[in-house]
Design a binder for this molecule. Structure first.
Ligand code: FPP
Length: 236
């Protein structure tokens, strides 16, 4: 029955396949990213109705800097445009925006727009969208280790106090619960350095659909698959 569906509280998505989508349509790669941004907008717009409380989207990885300057610049421009165009949509739909990653490494224009949107949407309660930007799972773990080492050096904690809970409290977004479901579009069976700590117990769902074609019906399929899994967390 529809109202008995178990909805994952936190869904994380590796949005892959923009380039292949563009090729399939005889377009430039950047047009694939543009179409991908529309898919993001459509999901954000409907977030409240899905019942999902947290949606983390892998929008730019620490490895993505290796792409051509032209493509990196286009992605950063698209991000700034996306915030400009969709801040009213976030507000109308009561969605809060957060970011995860080495944000100080982003171009100033994108960073300033993000900061502004995060501040303006901070009291929204209809769901949280998290853009993982300049994000790497290993970088996040290394950054947490650095913060903890600093606390030890200052005498605020002792090495004996370092456990999983304290470690998790030093990740980028300590107040966000771990994802229940990881979706990867475009068929690849890899984690690609995404949320390495947080995905420990997540169910993984991979679809061949390219990201720009990923819509609410596709999300529904992923949630159906999630419900059919027996989640035991290593116990009985
Ligand atoms: C992977 O496709 C996608 C990315 C590297 C970036 C994701 C960006 C977007 C969805 C658009 C902009 C996002 C926001 C938040 C406005 P790919 O280029 O690796 O595809 P391919 O593997 O088919 O080449």
């Amino acid at each position: 029955m529809e109202n008995e569906r178990i909805i994952p509280r936190h869904v994380a998505i590796i949005m892959d396949g923009n380039g292949r989508w563009a090729k399939q349509h005889g377009l430039e790669r950047v047009e694939g990213h543009r179409a991908g941004a529309i898919a993001v907008k459509n999901l954000v717009e409907s977030l409240k109705h899905t019942g999902i409380q947290y949606l983390t989207l892998y929008a730019f990885s620490t490895e993505n800097w290796k792409r051509s300057k032209e493509e990196v610049d286009a992605l950063m421009e698209l991000l700034a445009e996306f915030i400009d165009a969709n801040l009213p949509l976030l507000m109308e739909n009561d969605v809060r925006l957060l970011v995860s990653g080495r944000i100080e490494g982003l171009p100033e224009k994108a960073r300033e727009k993000l900061k502004d949107a995060i501040r303006k949407s901070s009291a929204n309660t209809g769901g949280t969208v998290i853009f993982a930007l300049n994000y790497g799972g290993r970088a996040e773990i290394a950054d947490a280790a650095k913060k903890i080492a600093d606390q030890v050096l200052k005498g605020e904690i002792s090495p004996e106090q370092i456990d999983e809970k304290l470690f998790a409290q030093n990740l980028y977004l300590p107040d966000v619960p771990d994802p229940d479901l990881l979706i990867r579009t475009s068929g690849e069976l890899r984690l690609s350095n995404f949320l390495l700590w947080e995905l420990s117990y997540a169910e993984i769902y991979v679809t061949d659909t390219y990201w720009p074609d990923f819509d609410l019906a596709e999300l529904d399929k992923a949630i159906d698959a999630f419900q059919k899994r027996n989640r035991r967390f290593g116990g009985r």
